[in-house]
Ligand binder design. Structure first.
Ligand code: ATR
Length: 277
């Protein structure tokens, strides 16, 4: 079974390790190749890929949007998000999906099922591509409020245009978010702030964090980001970045194979692996 990842760069990706384990779970031989495509080669290389015997592939930075015109069909979710991270290849046709946001909500639901209730409020930090996918997935759930805080307010407002049903929520500055933090049961950090080598950075202060809140950070290197450390010190429950990575991979693998795989057996080894790096 031939799988792949396209992006630039891709050499540090953990995805081959993850998908090899999923292949083992379903007792199938195969490989997950890393295909690094330089930006000026994109069109040529994508056309070459059409003749490769792939079951499917993942798409990462900087091609999640650029791949879209080359697809035969795009799921409604991926179309709305405006980005594709998973392509299923079938009968010479390519089908695009986005499993990033639902990857995070599935992971959160597994660890903290009680968070997904209609009286709960969510604060997203950041308004880039990752935030957009997560916000889209959160809108499908029954929350009382989903707000977005970002350094550049207009980008938060832009992401909130996905809220076509006018569910409650506001675009906020980081300062406003810090001041109203005690209103949120779940805080999700979606920027690259705090990622190695800038490990000491923290996007907002958690001084006013609500008692019993869950803080989720999509950054997974380092394993315990400064934000998560400070959440823990405030007595909050935390959710680590590798969870989203593993669950978006699970959902992609299931789209390719129509088989169900489990993230649980990978977690301890995966954490050890990223801690060594
Ligand atoms: P991605 O697709 O990974 O989400 P992106 O589209 O470049 O990346 O978005 C990056 C996000 O991180 C944005 O919310 C960005 O804030 P701005 O919209 O104001 O640029 C945020 N970000 C990046 N570096 C930041 C920093 N040093 N402080 C605060 N926010 C930062």
């Amino acid at each position: 079974m031939e799988l792949a990842l396209i992006g630039y760069p891709v050499s540090h990706s953990q995805s081959p390790w993850i998908h090899q384990r999923f292949l083992n779970q379903i007792k199938t031989t195969g490989r997950y190749q890393l295909i690094e495509i330089a930006p000026d080669q994109f069109e040529t290389e994508i056309k070459k890929m059409k003749s490769m015997p792939l079951i499917g592939f993942n798409v990462t930075i900087p091609y999640k949007e650029k791949i879209m015109p080359y697809l035969d069909e795009i799921s409604a979710d991926a179309e709305e998000i405006g980005a594709v991270n998973t392509v299923v290849c079938h009968n010479q046709k390519w089908f695009g999906y986005n499993t990033d946001g639902v990857g995070l909500t599935t992971a959160l639901k597994t660890q903290y099922p009680n968070l997904f209730q209609k009286d709960k409020s969510v604060l997203l930090l950041g308004a880039g591509g990752a935030s957009r996918g997560i916000y889209h997935a959160l809108l499908k759930e029954d929350f009382a409020n989903i707000s977005i805080a970002n350094r550049t307010l207009s980008r938060a407002e832009n992401v909130m245009e996905l809220n076509v049903n006018n569910k409650p929520g506001e675009a906020l500055s980081f300062q406003e978010a810090e001041q109203t933090l005690d209103q949120y049961d779940l805080v999700i950090q979606t920027t690259s702030v705090g990622m190695t080598p800038n490990e000491t950075e923290q996007v907002i202060d958690l001084e006013r964090l609500k008692q019993g809140a869950v803080v989720s950070d999509i950054v997974y290197q380092p394993f315990l980001t400064t934000l998560l450390k400070s959440a823990k010190e405030k007595g909050a429950r935390i959710h680590h970045g590798h969870e989203m990575l593993l669950y978006q991979a699970k959902l992609a693998f299931e789209l390719w194979t129509n088989e169900t795989v489990s993230v649980e057996p990978l977690i301890d080894e995966f954490i050890q692996m990223i801690n060594i790096k």
